[in-house]
Design a binder for this molecule. Structure first.
Ligand SMILES: Nc1ncnc2c1ncn2[C@@H]1O[C@H](COP(=O)(O)OP(=O)(O)OP(=O)(O)O)[C@@H](O)[C@H]1O
Length: 293
């Protein structure tokens, strides 16, 4: 993908199996939204091949669109509507695409319950908080009982309880309705909870693609050792903490106190990557991260 003379996506190659929940991670501006919009058919790619549910999203039919659900990053505004009237209206568009195993749309009352908006069902959307609007976005995304659901930062602005409820919604969609889900998030904990697979986008490329568990394990090769000696604090990263600590304790001089040994997590490795990216060292960051994972 190229915007003007700027290449934003240069090495993005992946496939997602039916029923998988895949999380796309990456720093601000990495191209996650661009990637998702290309797959949704909302953005024309500059080059490359894309097939979604068997069709090229740019030329796909209305029937294809009815099989997909979308939660965009920025919410659509319908200030004078209430959730109930909006969901009733939009749901009607999906009715012609109902099939025996996918009744469409999801009934409005069921949707309101799923996203926790029952009490606000008849209140004007203009009066909603950001998190409440976001819940409505999620309802709009799943109203057509999609086979494939795109979620671009779906939980941005959610309080912890709404976040947890949303995670239940995703698990339910994946487990009971076998919905394939591609989501972006900046919350690594969320990615670990939801995703069967995590892809990390940086410097225009997919730099990691594996289960969250494997990425965390492989990223945890380095161990951080912290200690104090003679009133000074020290930090050291090492691949062999046992050996390092043994030598440290055997060194002559002031005694070692406040010793801490901490295995690096996926979050540590990921944050390193983001910081380097923001410092304009993204090529180096990608190389370093590849070495880690
Ligand atoms: N319409 C556009 N015209 C020109 N450049 C664009 C356009 N849309 C996005 N970009 C640029 O493309 C890059 C990728 O943007 P994108 O929104 O896909 O990133 P992102 O990974 O989703 O970021 P974030 O985490 O902040 O949502 C950014 O540098 C952005 O400035």
């Amino acid at each position: 993908m190229r915007y003007g003379d700027k290449d934003v996506l240069t090495g993005v190659e992946f496939s997602i199996e039916q029923g998988e929940v895949v999380c796309l991670l990456g720093p601000n501006g990495a191209g996650k939204t661009t990637t998702i919009e290309i797959l949704e058919g909302f953005r024309e790619r500059s080059a490359g091949e894309v097939t979604v549910l068997g069709e090229d999203p740019r030329r796909a039919s209305e029937a294809w669109r009815a099989r997909t659900g979308v939660v965009l990053q920025s919410w659509r505004d319908h200030p004078r509507w209430t959730p109930r009237t909006l969901l009733d209206q939009v749901g009607g568009y999906y009715a012609p695409y109902a099939t025996p195993d996918r009744p469409r749309p999801v009934p409005t009352d069921e949707l309101l319950d799923v996203v926790g908006l029952v009490d606000l069902a008849d209140q004007k959307i203009a009066t909603f908080s950001g998190g409440q609007r976001r819940r409505l976005d999620v309802a709009m995304g799943i109203i057509g009982r999609p086979e494939l659901l795109f979620l671009d930062e779906p939980t941005a602005g959610f309080d912890p309880q709404a976040r947890r409820e949303f995670h239940h919604v995703v698990h339910r969609l994946a487990d009971l309705e076998h919905t394939t889900i591609l989501l972006t998030t900046h919350d690594l904990d969320e990615a670990e909870k939801l995703a069967d697979r995590v892809m990390i986008l940086a410097g225009g490329r997919i730099v990691a693609d594996d289960t969250a568990e494997h990425l965390a394990l492989r990223a945890a090769l380095e161990v951080e050792v912290k200690w104090s000696r003679g009133g000074e604090r020290f930090v050291h990263s090492t691949g062999d903490a046992t050996d390092f600590v043994r030598r440290l304790l055997a060194e002559p001089g002031e005694p070692v106190v406040d010793l801490e040994v901490r295995r690096a997590s996926l979050e540590d490795a990921y944050l390193d990557l983001v910081q380097q990216h923001e410092a304009g060292e993204s090529d180096e960051a990608v190389r370093a991260f590849r070495e880690v994972v």
